[in-house]
Design a protein around this ligand. Sequence first.
Ligand code: PRP
Ligand code: URA
Length: 209
Amino acid sequence: MAKIVIMNHPLIRHKIGIIRRKETGSRDFRQMISEVAMLMCYEATRNLKVVDVSIETPICQMTAKELEGKKLAVVPILRAGLGMVDGMLTMIPAAKVGHIGLYRNEDTLEPVEYYCKLPKDCAEREVFVVDPMLATGGSASAAITMLKEKGVRKLRFMCIIAAPEGVERMKADHPDVDLYIGAMDERLNENGYIVPGLGDAGDRIFGTK
Ligand code: PRP
Ligand code: URA
């Protein structure tokens, strides 16, 4: 069974509080999403393997550590996942970036795929799928399925706000995928929005409503 990690760092909690406020405008919203992603990335990479390397400091030879393989990729789910990419790359600048385009049909709440472009060697990489919202879990589950169909085996999913329904869906569909969650909310409302949530993440990031 995979890990489910809910962040309890005070900086993450504070910044998520700002993101949730309805008066927070797009500029600050984007900034906070990016900063939360950066802090969450620190937690989500905690158990990456390191190996010994022999280096020379200006003083002497020593055995230092470096990331094993260095093969990471970040895959945002469009659109809202794009808001988390800069923060992730601040922490892991050598990561490659793939994109998966999915939107929720507003009536059925089912994800509709419209784009997929991944690094060529994605199957050899440890992949971090990012999306600020895990609501019904339909989009995240579909994105992970798409990646598994391309041969990706090492997968983690990161979201800023999750509903219990989405977590249950991910546990059922992808019990092998670790989940990193900024804040766990109460429920979904009748329109499939997370309560209390933050509203529509894509619209708030891109100012489209
Ligand atoms: C939002 C969000 C997730 C999805 C979550 O995207 O960014 O991708 O909804 O809902 P689910 O867990 O019920 O699938 P949306 O479909 O609104 O598209 P957008 O990012 O282009 O606005
Ligand atoms: N997508 C969003 O952007 N917000 C929600 O609350 C649910 C799905």
